[in-house]
Design a protein around this ligand. Structure first.
Ligand code: ATP
Ligand code: MG
Length: 407
């Protein structure tokens, strides 16, 4: 077996080895390379202690990422490589992270602390180290704990969700014993920090096999997302299926959570960032609204939820509601035309703004906003052309009428 390792990573391995240390690529990059996938990053495990790693790379830029846990990030020709000392994890008394880690000189012990057999592989120019049958499990597409699942999940409950995440992303099934243990130990997820859960869940929901994993392991997802208890199996299936053509996290979350309560609260509890919370809220609030394929109406939508959200809302509705498909496809065409021809649909694209009205002598205050919105409405309805002089004239006209009424 030969893995093609990028030059930067070979340089890092060489430097460590030339200084008398062992060094291997480990974890996800080995797994992905064997599967013929491009690794997202390259991690190195070494017998060198953190201070020794820093010394080996004193001519390179380094970041002391997690010195206590043995990790140094080294930058070789712009590539960030995480180099971690072989370690044995100590007790996980809070079930979140090891209380302390012990460094070791044995790669076998470092591999033994890893979560799944497919992630417990090491490789360098001398070949592969596969103590736990990871190669066999990659071939058979199986996620299986290293050692006894109950023990491993009790050390770190997040591994429960990581198992689902890998099964989804890699399109693997979960080994029977590991799967039984996942159900048995699901409550351990209660003790896991929301940030860690969030990261794994996002990868899970975007994975190739998310449909089967979420459906078959809904009991597990419900531990941190109890709202989906409100969905019948049939409804859950339908939603998961609708999600398949939606290629963003926000759209998938919107479909999953729609109608299950205040999505902003749900997502804030799960520590999603403000933009995701806001976007999903807008999408869920509007999923059941009709979108009529008519330019004035589409402009109103663009003004109400902005173009990016409308693009996504239409995609979601097309995926969910077959009976609206044709109308939505028409709306999509109309929207594209409006956007491509830079037509006015909001205050930002209106040819006049608040300053223009102030310059024209109008007093500061709420009225300016009201007038701009009224003008925008006329433009959207096609009653006024979006030209500055035309709009200003119209405003003067309005002003005169008001003045007359006041006389
Ligand atoms: P990805 O390509 O998604 O980053 P990965 O396998 O690299 O996948 P990471 O979360 O980056 O996953 O972890 C790197 C490696 O560290 C894993 O392959 C695994 O060997 C080990 N690991 C990470 N988290 C844990 C954990 N909670 N328990 C045990 N081992 C872990
Ligand atoms: Mg990784």
């Amino acid at each position: 077996m030969k893995i093609i390792i990028p030059g930067e990573v070979v340089t890092a391995l060489d430097i460590l080895q030339n200084n008398g240390f062992e060094a291997y690529i480990v974890g996800g990059c080995v797994r992905d390379s064997i599967m013929g996938k491009k690794p997202s990053d390259w991690d190195i495990a070494t017998s060198a202690r953190p201070e020794e790693i820093l010394e080996c790379f004193n001519n390179y830029r380094t970041i002391e990422t997690g010195l206590k846990h043995g990790t140094v990030t080294v930058i070789v020709k712009k590539m960030q490589i995480e180099i971690t000392t072989y370690r044995i994890d100590g007790e996980y008394s809070d079930r979140r992270r090891p209380d302390k880690v012990t460094f070791t000189n044995k790669i076998e012990l470092d591999l033994q602390r890893r979560d799944f057999t497919i992630n417990a592989l090491a490789y360098n120019q001398n070949g592969i180290i596969d103590i736990f049958g990871g190669l066999h499990d990659i071939k058979n597409k199986i996620v299986k704990c290293v050692g006894h699942p109950d023990d491993r999940f009790n050390e770190d409950g997040l591994r429960i969700l990581r198992a689902l995440r890998f099964a989804s992303v890699l399109n693997f099934s979960i080994d029977d014993q590991t799967s039984d243990s996942i159900f048995k130990n699901k409550a351990l997820l209660h003790d896991i920090s929301t940030e860690r859960i969030n990261m794994e869940f996002n990868k899970l929901i975007m994975g190739i096999n998310y449909q089967n994993i979420i459906f078959n392991y809904r009991d597990i997802i419900e531990v941190f997302l109890p709202e989906i208890k409100g969905l019948s199996n049939e409804e859950l299936r339908y939603r998961l299926n609708s999600m398949k053509e939606l290629n963003s996290l926000t759209m998938r979350l919107a479909v999953l959570l729609q109608g299950l309560g205040p999505t902003d609260k749900i997502l804030m509890n799960l520590k999603y960032d403000n933009k995701t919370v806001k976007t999903v809220k807008i999408l869920t609030e509007n999923i059941n609204e009709k979108i009529y394929p008519d330019p004035v109406n589409i402009k109103r939508w663009l003004n109400k939820i902005n173009s990016e959200n409308l693009v996504n809302l239409i995609k979601i509705k097309k995926a969910m509601f077959d009976n609206e498909y044709e109308e939505l496809a028409k709306s999509q065409v109309i929207m594209k035309e409006i956007l491509a021809s830079n037509q006015c649909y909001n205050l930002r694209t209106l040819a006049i703004n608040g300053q223009d009205l102030l310059d024209a002598g109008m007093p500061k205050g709420k009225r300016i906003g009201m007038i701009l919105n009224k003008v925008l409405n006329e433009v959207i309805e096609g009653k006024l052309e979006n030209k500055k002089d035309i709009l200003l004239n119209y405003v003067y006209g309005m002003q005169k009428t008001v003045d007359k009424q006041n006389d």
